[in-house]
Ligand binder design. Sequence first.
Ligand SMILES: Nc1ncnc2c1ncn2[C@@H]1O[C@H](COP(=O)(O)OP(=O)(O)O)[C@@H](O)[C@H]1O
Ligand SMILES: [Mg+2]
Length: 357
Amino acid sequence: MKSIRLRNVSKSYGATPVLSGINLQIEPGEFIVLLGPSGCGKSTLLNIIAGLEDPSGGQLLIGDRDVTTAEPADRGLAMVFQSYALFPTMRVRDNLTFGLRIDRTPRAEIEKRLKWVSELLQIEGLLDRKPGQLSGGQRQRVAIGRALIRSTDVCLFDEPLSNLDAKLRTETRVEIKKLHRDLGTTIVYVTHDQVEAMTMADRVAVLSGGKVEQYDTPQAIYDKPMTRFVAGFLGSPSMNFLSGTVVAENGLRLVRDGGDLDLSGYDVANGTPAGEAELGIRPEALRLTAPEAGRLRARVESIDLMGADRILWMSVDGRLWSVRVERDRACREGEEIGLDFSATAASLFSRDTGARF
Ligand SMILES: Nc1ncnc2c1ncn2[C@@H]1O[C@H](COP(=O)(O)OP(=O)(O)O)[C@@H](O)[C@H]1O
Ligand SMILES: [Mg+2]
């Protein structure tokens, strides 16, 4: 188990900046997810930690050691790629032990670790097959096994589940989480899938445009997004937004054409809220009321049945909103409703900077 520290890491390809000012402190044994949309720089950052890419600036420490310029093989880490990257002509057992054989590990030790890892991942029955004779899920297990067998302090995963179908993805997700609990390895895991991030991570670093938007526990990121980007990126359906002007005299208010909204009780995170703003409210933080009784008014445009609950879709100030309601709540398309919410469950962002007020 080792810590990882990134200090002001940047990366440019030619004149194009891909990462800038990345500062992350990863504690020993932590499971960190790098989350963000495609192209935001997740793989580049992971490859810099792995030593497969050189940073353009900044410093990288693993444990107490500065490994900014160290060779990949000399960093004490293992990596699992999206493509699995197994050797197609080698049997599973040879794929698993390849790294150990390169390292000239004694034969008895190799056998011992092979037994351990194949039992752990339940692939004992597959050892004499070639990758082409395995299903996607089995190949992924072998790829994970090949990383674990070297008993490294740090394990890096780059979208390892994205080639699996939904059911297998969920199962493998639970398995990786369990492996982490059992082994205690420090894990950095890249994904664009917010469900993977929310369910697996101790802490999530949300990336956008090569910068860390927020680095915190999944719950904190969901409950208290610090930027407008994070607020919109996490949650399904996503957070509902409303524009207006914040005024902080005589209590906090959002002034808008459709009437002022009283935001007293809002837990201000930064400075004195003022100016153009966006108010964000999650679909499950809204309550239905009689049309005149709510703070907002809308007409239900369509209803999605989700099994356990239902999502009502409507337009508020010309923007698409969703409200999550219990499956038993009577409602129909075309119905006029009122919406209520508590300011404590709302988020407020500056329109200029995107930062949370
Ligand atoms: N070798 C490269 N040369 C030039 N641009 C690159 C190279 N690798 C990645 N990029 C660019 O860097 C950005 C981040 O890429 P990447 O780290 O792969 O994103 P992600 O993994 O989040 O999808 C993208 O815009 C990509 O086009
Ligand atoms: Mg990537």
